[in-house]
Design a protein around this ligand. Structure first.
Ligand code: SAM
Length: 232
């Protein structure tokens, strides 16, 4: 369970209404039962239920059960698409260990805004479900051009370019993190974007195979290729 609290021996953790409902009404836990929690920074802790009500509750931290484990320094940049597919991308990126998830607005991106809070909640749920101790930050929608204006000198970019579609690229001789992956929208990248991205010194222009994949499939395929070459 993800908790937005500092963790330490003897620390009391007040539960939100949703968490109390989940633990006591859905999971049927009671006072004295154990719950594993993490806050994204302090590893995993065993807690005991001290107060169990329908709408609130308190856990008390007993002992750390696992140290903090952070993913590699990988950002996933993607152009938001339809709501359900955007949710899917965020969920899968969190499961596969992206450190930061960055929706970007490109020339052919249809969405003008996103619900950052909803997407962040999806990332929390995904981290809870895969037993991680880390929750990736989901940033607010930013223009791709502005992100590239401030691109860090030491961050390599796996630019997934549908115009390269051919045999899938192997990231040979790539050096370890920091890295980023960029996936375009359903309409693909504009010629101007492609030119700018290809000229970026940190860019590796990558094919994900001979077929044009949907953006959500492409995000998972790209993270898998990256993980095969570099990740853990
Ligand atoms: N409308 C574009 C077209 O028909 O050429 C397709 C865009 S595709 C649905 C969405 C994004 O997924 C692309 O911008 C790219 O980042 C990625 N992508 C999909 N298939 C790819 C491939 N075979 N190689 C590299 N990137 C790919």
């Amino acid at each position: 369970l993800y908790v937005d609290h500092p963790l330490g021996e003897g620390q009391s953790l007040a539960l939100t209404r949703d968490q109390a409902h989940y633990l006591f009404a859905v999971m049927r836990l009671a006072v004295g039962d154990g719950v594993l929690v993490f806050n994204g920074q302090a590893g995993e802790w065993r807690t005991d239920v001290a107060v169990a009500n329908k709408r609130n509750g308190v856990l008390v931290c007993r002992a750390q059960t696992a140290p903090q484990r952070n993913p590699p320094d990988l950002w996933l940049l993607f152009a938001p698409i339809k709501k359900a597919r955007t949710d899917f991308i965020v969920e899968k990126a969190a499961e596969m260990g992206a450190a930061r998830i960055m929706p970007v607005q490109t020339r052919f991106t249809n969405s003008e805004r996103i619900r950052q809070d909803r997407l962040q909640a999806h990332a929390v749920e995904a981290a809870e479900q895969c037993g991680g101790t880390f929750v990736p930050e989901v940033t607010d929608l930013a223009k791709l051009d502005a992100v590239l204006d401030n691109w860090p000198a030491d961050r390599q970019l796996m630019f997934c370019n549908e115009a390269e579609a051919g045999s899938a690229t192997r990231l040979a001789n790539a050096t370890p993190d920091p890295w980023a992956i960029l996936i375009g929208p359903e309409g693909g990248f504009s010629e101007a974007e492609r030119a700018r991205l290809t000229a970026l010194p940190q860019a590796h222009v990558v094919s994900l195979g001979p077929r044009i994949l949907r953006a959500d499939t492409a995000a998972v395929a790209a993270m898998t290729l990256w993980q095969m070459a570099l990740g853990d």
